[in-house]
Write a protein that binds this ligand. Structure first.
Ligand code: SAH
Ligand code: SF4
Length: 350
């Protein structure tokens, strides 16, 4: 079957037996192309300060109910050490979007220190929003080598239904930022939210074709989950049930695995806000990366992007063991002490 827009829409519509068949095919493709390894990335949500006002996001600038924090550097480094000691291959450092010189410098120094403490073993993904070409270069030179910047929605009209139409929420600038990241040499990751109000299956098919065209190396996408203190909450009557959004997210992962077999696909945390076993289900649908949350417990409740965001403390040996058992009993192997770089990136740059 040629995976053009029409056929992708059909796959996204699949129900019952066709749904299971799609997931099965994607899983087989994954095992064949990238194997049955699952890679851990330790996630640290190191700051919820944000200069933006995305309509969907709980930590948007205008949400005054959020207590703002910056995790002190030594606590971030402790989380990295914890991950490194336990054989995690990589970290993901995520935050709100700021571009003050102090913030840029802070990230820069952090990158150098993480590299030092792990002797360069730990892979580092950044997810700190849109920045200039120069800043992306500076961080790259200081040791970040992957970057996650979701396009959120590739339909420009939809983009402006979920973002204010202002200079610092420009759709064109987002596209340009993705281009800067690509040119700098990062392993490039993007993604979208699935089940947004006003979003059609055609939009989602276009999103997948956009990923293919951009030739991304990694993808992180998950269901949209509403948050009560955001403008988009007013449109919640337009939403599909959480279960439907969850199912659609699994279908998106599966189709993406079929159209881009050798990329890394993360099993998004938002899946677990809907189904406690969501991450494992995403692995069965074609994902191969899991991001245990290592944000120190005192801060994590203030990094609430959406409701029911799992507050799981995964920075303990007991909960890691549970996660490990869950993944291994589903038939996967954990890639301990491996960075787990995107095979697509390796092939693309060889
Ligand atoms: N500030 C950075 C990174 C933090 S936000 C950025 O925006 O790129 C990380 C991701 O969380 C966003 O890309 C968005 O897709 C997701 N997110 C935010 N609010 C969400 C919601 N209500 N439901 C699901 N995902 C959400
Ligand atoms: Fe800020 Fe990112 Fe949330 Fe937008 S999605 S408000 S940039 S943290």
């Amino acid at each position: 079957m040629i995976l053009d827009k029409e056929n992708i829409v059909k796959l996204l519509q699949s129900q019952d037996e066709d749904f299971y068949l799609l997931l099965k095919k994607a899983r087989e493709e994954k095992i064949k192309t990238v194997g049955n390894m699952v890679y851990f990335r330790g996630l640290v949500e190191f700051s919820n300060n944000c200069a933006k006002d995305c309509y969907y996001c709980g930590i948007r600038k205008n949400n005054e109910k959020v207590i703002r924090y910056d995790v002190p550097e030594d606590e971030i480094l402790d989380a990295c050490r914890f991950a490194h000691d336990r054989g995690f291959g990589s970290m993901v450092l995520q935050s709100g979007e700021l571009s003050s010189p102090a913030f840029i410098k802070r990230v820069d120094e952090l990158l150098k220190k993480i590299n030092k403490l792990s002797n360069g073993d730990l892979g580092i993904t950044l997810s700190c929003g849109e920045q200039s070409r120069e800043i992306y270069r500076r961080w790259y030179e200081s040791g970040a080598h992957r970057y996650l910047l979701r396009i959120e929605a590739t339909n420009r009209e939809l983009y402006y239904k979920i973002h204010p139409k202002t200079e610092n929420h420009s759709f064109e600038k987002r596209l340009e930022a993705l281009q800067f990241l690509r040119e700098t040499g990062y392993q490039l990751g993007t993604g979208v939210m699935i089940g947004l109000p006003f979003q059609s299956l055609e939009d989602l098919a276009d999103d997948l074709l956009f990923f293919k065209k951009l030739d991304i190396d990694m993808c992180g996408m998950g269901p949209y989950v509403e948050h009560e203190n955001t403008p988009l909450y007013n449109q919640r009557h337009l939403l599909q049930s959480p279960k439907e959004r969850f199912k659609l997210a699994l279908k998106m992962i599966a189709v993406l695995r079929l159209i881009m077999p050798d990329i890394n696909i993360a099993s998004a945390t938002a899946l677990e806000a809907i189904d406690p076993d969501g991450r494992r289900k995403a692995l069965d649908a074609g994902a191969n990366v899991v991001m245990p949350n290592l944000t120190p417990p005192d801060y994590r409740k203030e990094y609430r992007l959406y409701k029911n965001k799992p507050g799981l403390l995964e920075a303990t040996d007991a909960s890691l063991k549970k996660l490990k058992n869950n993944i291994e009993s589903a038939g996967y192997q954990i890639g301990w002490n491996e960075r787990g770089d995107s095979k697509h990136f390796t092939r693309r740059t060889q």
